[in-house]
Design a binder for this molecule. Structure first.
Ligand SMILES: Cc1cc2nc3c(=O)[nH]c(=O)nc-3n(C[C@H](O)[C@H](O)[C@H](O)COP(=O)(O)OP(=O)(O)OC[C@H]3O[C@@H](n4cnc5c(N)ncnc54)[C@H](O)[C@@H]3O)c2cc1C
Length: 397
């Protein structure tokens, strides 16, 4: 069969899942990417503008606006569930807690996750929930959350893609060279790179296009006992202290992975100036320097207290490294058909996933397939068919 060729721009989580979904739908794809995320051997080589390098990653729709959240999240959850049954994928389950020191109404995803359960309205909390000392009342909820251990997961996805016949070429595409691509359609998954590649759509001067900065600290897990609850699931949390104690109402978080523990967070909004300088929110309280990065002190002090209460272990004793990543955010995720400047090719955009690019990746990738089919007048392939093909491929592996 003569398969139509599709060029996918970007090798981040949205590029690779879009390309895999297109391969499963019968297209012949090639990924073109300026950089490859997760150079696993060297954390120092991470490029701050590739968001995928910084996702921990929980499968929870935090910091994102998207049409049809329930559908996109439903498809993603369905595929992550399939992947969680295969250990090599690095996808698994966590007992996740979202805790607040002020009462909070249910999140929009409450009905979309497994075993969602709200803490008592009295503020007494529940046994096993993360807590700070001297805090009498906590509110929030807990659920079984899917979680992608990104270094493991990305490697598995790359191997799957190559196995399916996909090709990855490392080079930069420019507004001038984009028309030289030979495929029948182009899929844009360049994240922040879209601001350079498609300035007419994603200019950083456009208030629709924002960046949400987040700090991360990594700890080696070798020495720390990560808490498991009585379901034998690892515990993870997002914890929002009293607004006066941390970044005016933002959360800190704790995500255990196979080779390390990721502590966050902050969600500082802003953008880059033309000279690359940050123009936006800055840390509001005290900071500390870890491996040359100035981070909000609360990421360590608040997490330290909670982890000590959960595990009896003081993280102060461990080596730590810190970094800062950027979530590229449009007012809502762009999943749409456009054109290149020469108007000779359809471009399917899949960008602007904010803090949920991993979470929504499969839901968006299967929508990309539908948009490519529509753009090329091909018979539509729905998410169910992609899901079944993926399951079949995994079974044969
Ligand atoms: C601190 C932090 C924590 C996060 N935690 C989570 C989480 O727990 N769960 C979750 O779901 N999400 C999380 N996210 C969000 C998630 O990381 C992003 O939404 C997601 O990685 C975006 O992926 P992407 O593929 O769209 O873009 P990117 O990962 O940014 O990839 C873009 C790709 O395009 C390439 N590119 C750019 N320009 C060009 C060009 N001109 N030519 C060729 N190639 C180009 C780049 O080299 C790169 O490979 C987090 C993000 C941050 C910063």
């Amino acid at each position: 069969m003569n398969r139509k060729k599709i060029d996918v721009l970007g090798a981040g989580i949205n590029g690779i899942t879009s390309a895999i979904s297109l391969e499963l739908a019968g297209y012949d794809t090639q990924i073109h990417s300026q950089n490859l995320p997760f150079d696993l051997d060297s954390r120092d080589s991470r490029i701050s503008k590739i968001a995928t390098d910084f996702a921990a990653a929980s499968v929870i729709p935090h910091t994102v606006e998207i049409d049809n959240l329930a559908t996109r999240m439903g498809v993603s959850q369905q595929i992550f569930r399939i992947l969680s049954q295969h250990t090599p994928t690095g996808v698994g389950w966590r007992r996740h807690y979202e805790v607040f020191e002020k009462s909070k109404k249910n999140p929009p995803y409450a009905n979309l996750v497994d075993n969602f359960s709200r803490f008592p309205e009295s503020g007494e909390g529940i046994s096993g929930a993360p807590r700070r000392n001297n805090v009498d009342e906590i509110w929030g909820w807990t659920f079984r959350a899917l979680f992608a251990d990104m270094p493991v997961y990305l490697q598995w996805l790359n191997a799957l893609y190559i196995n399916l016949g996909g090709k990855i070429v490392t080079h930069e595409i420019t507004p001038e060279t984009i028309s030289d691509l030979k495929g029948s359609a182009i899929v844009n998954c360049t994240g922040y790179g879209s601001s350079v590649l498609f300035p007419e759509l994603y200019s950083t001067e456009n208030s629709d296009f924002n960046i949400v900065k987040g700090y991360l600290v990594h700890l080696p897990t070798g020495n720390i006992i990560v808490p498991k609850n009585n379901e034998e699931l690892l515990v993870s949390y997002n914890y929002t202290p009293d607004p006066k104690d941390f970044e005016q109402g933002q959360d800190v978080y704790f995500y255990p992975r196979k080779s390390d523990i990721v502590l966050g967070g902050t969600r500082q909004k802003g953008n880059f100036e033309s000279d690359g300088k940050w123009n936006g929110d800055r840390t509001k309280g005290p900071t500390i320097e870890i491996t040359g990065v100035e981070i909000p002190e609360g990421v360590i002090t608040i997490n330290r207290e909670i982890i000590l209460n959960l595990t009896g272990i003081d993280i102060e004793q461990f080596d730590k490294s810190a970094c800062c990543g950027y979530r590229f955010t449009t007012s809502k995720v762009r999943l749409e058909i456009g054109e290149n400047l020469r108007r000779d090719r359809k471009i399917i955009h899949n960008v602007g996933h904010g803090g949920s690019g991993v979470t929504l990746s499969w839901g968006c990738a299967t929508q990309v397939v539908e948009l490519v089919c529509e753009a090329l007048n091909d018979q539509s392939k729905n998410s169910e068919e992609i899901c079944n093909s993926l399951q079949e491929v995994i079974r044969q592996k």
